[in-house]
Design a protein around this ligand. Structure first.
Ligand code: INI
Length: 154
């Protein structure tokens, strides 16, 4: 039988940092709600959550890296919303956020989760913030919980 390693979905005792962009706050606020709800439903104590607000998604990676390097958190989730229609620099903001969030995880050795909505339209963004397609904040938190429990075993 091969040895199989996977993370469970129990959040008790887990400490998670949430970095969230204020840009499109009416949607990123919903992502926070989804993340906190998922954490509590998986046994987490919301006293173990820390929320840090940044201006926009471009600022997520640097902040996530600092938090990951602080040693205070078992994982960091990055929440933001970039909508193609609303900016000429959509591609730059979305690409930098994705690349930088990946690098923050690699450099720190702490799971850093990409919970940024990249949507073509406002309607798509709403669908991913708690409407038709669920809540990306909740999904990001589930990824964090699984990765915390996976890393403990590696
Ligand atoms: N930031 C976002 O999080 N989403 C966006 O859709 C967005 N748009 O459209 O421009 C956005 N821009 C701000 C950017 O993240 C930085 O805060 C800004 O460029 C200052 O560095």
């Amino acid at each position: 039988m091969p040895k199989v390693i996977e993370g469970n979905m129990l959040a008790d005792g887990a400490k998670v940092g949430i970095v969230v962009a204020r840009f499109n706050e009416f949607l990123t606020g919903k992502l926070i709600d989804g993340a906190v709800d998922a954490f509590k439903r998986h046994g987490g104590d919301d006293a173990n959550l820390t929320q840090v607000w940044v201006p926009g998604s471009f600022e997520l990676p640097g902040t996530a890296l600092k938090m990951a390097q602080s040693g205070k958190y078992d994982a960091i989730i990055c929440l933001g919303c970039v909508i193609r229609g609303s900016t000429g620099h959509y591609d730059f903001v979305a690409a930098e956020a994705a690349k930088g969030i990946g690098q923050a995880g690699m450099q720190s050795g702490v799971p850093v989760v990409f919970g940024v909505i990249t949507a073509d339209t406002l309607e798509q963004a709403i669908d991913r913030s708690g409407a038709k397609q669920g809540n990306n904040g909740g999904k990001a938190m589930l990824t964090a919980i699984e990765m915390i429990n996976l890393y403990k075993q590696l």
